[in-house]
Write a protein that binds this ligand. Sequence first.
Ligand code: SDX
Length: 424
Amino acid sequence: MSEFAELSLGDKKYQFPVITGSEDEKAIDIAKLRDETGHITIDSGYKNTGATKSAITFLDGELGILRYRGYSIEELAEKASFLEVAYLLIYGELPTTAQYAEFENSIKMHTIVNEDMRKIFEGFPVNAHPMGVLSAMVCAMSAFYTGDKSGSDELNIIRLMAKMPSMATWSYKKSQGHPVNYPNNSLDYCSNFLNMMFALPVAPYQVNPVVSAALNKLLILHADHEQNCSTSTVRLVGSSHASLYASISAGINALSGPLHGGANQEVIEMLEAIKEDGGDTSKYIAMAKDKNSGFRLMGFGHRVYKNFDPRARIIKKAADDVLAALGINDPVLKIASELEAAALSDEYFVARKLYPNVDFYSGIIYRALGIPTDMFTVMFAIGRLPGWIAQWKEMKANKEPIGRPRQVYVGATERAYVSMSERA
Ligand code: SDX
């Protein structure tokens, strides 16, 4: 039975269809609102506005549910490889053994980056933030890799999955004054990344299976998250029919913001500052509650999760396991736990439903894996890449129109030009 929402404006009544998703989410379809009523809606930050119907990721912010194509992230993080999850997100189903082998082999055949792209890379200063470098290098891919003549994006998808990890490690190697490493196709995706990051010509690098498994889990947990800021950016840029590379580059830039993916770097810097300041978490809880302090508890709060971020729970346990397995005693983990406990019992945070999000504990693991702080958001981007690709593919497959929001104008009304000599 069709459902409708009724809108009264003055003495007129209007009806708009209600659509229901496969998880019983409801939306009022206002496609005809302006034509019928002369009104638009306005919703700063799109807190109540759906941009699309998507079959990729379902999350329930109240119940703390997150599923990729119907599979729970708890199961995928425990049982799948990151490439399996990437395939699931991009192509819609978990791969068969043969499909997985073909996907992995295709990626391995494209891990080498055009040597001329290194000339672009060499132009960046040694202290350039890796996220700015990565977005520039991904955008530069559109100059070097024009895709196949059929117009299919398949080859560009494989190239991005294959080359982004390689390019991501270049910034780290340059910051260390070390030579970059070429990919090693005898290694799996995560081990290859770690080898490119940490191998040195002077001695063979042994990938620690605990580290590789932790990285695999982290990349899966970051792989997609429905219509977040960076994914919405990828879809919006792609809606103009800009290339996949240009769209992903834009997504990397959106992710770099400290309110979004950049928060994982901010969290560790915040925890370090608290440690340096004597570890008094109550002082920082008070600052976070004081609007005039300009301080936010980074890694806390979320636009949609209002009870807990399921990813944060998994990452917190993984942090305990990885640090124990590696024999690391990181004092900031204790500070993070104290901050979490203090905030979860404080009315300010409870009333605003502010809980640890995916970024609160992830930096502690990245640090234990030897990844430097300014590379944390790059790790987020590597994890989110298959999600961005899947969402971009879906937008194109649905032939969605170019995204172009309306506005309500609140500026000066019409006025005549006054020559400069006459202006006061
Ligand atoms: C990610 O959308 C996604 O799915 C994103 C992501 C993904 O996977 O793609 O999950 C990844 O970006 C996680 C979020 C990482 N960002 C941070 O950790 C930065 C710190 N958190 C925030 O700044 C904030 O919580 C946001 C940006 C995450 C959400 O902001 P909203 O939904 O716009 O909420 P808001 O800023 O309007 O805050 C509501 C209230 C305000 O207080 P009041 O004006 O009601 O009194 O909560 C307060 C805020 O001041 N508040 C905080 C706070 N976050 C919100 N107060 C102190 N510390 C915080 N961290």
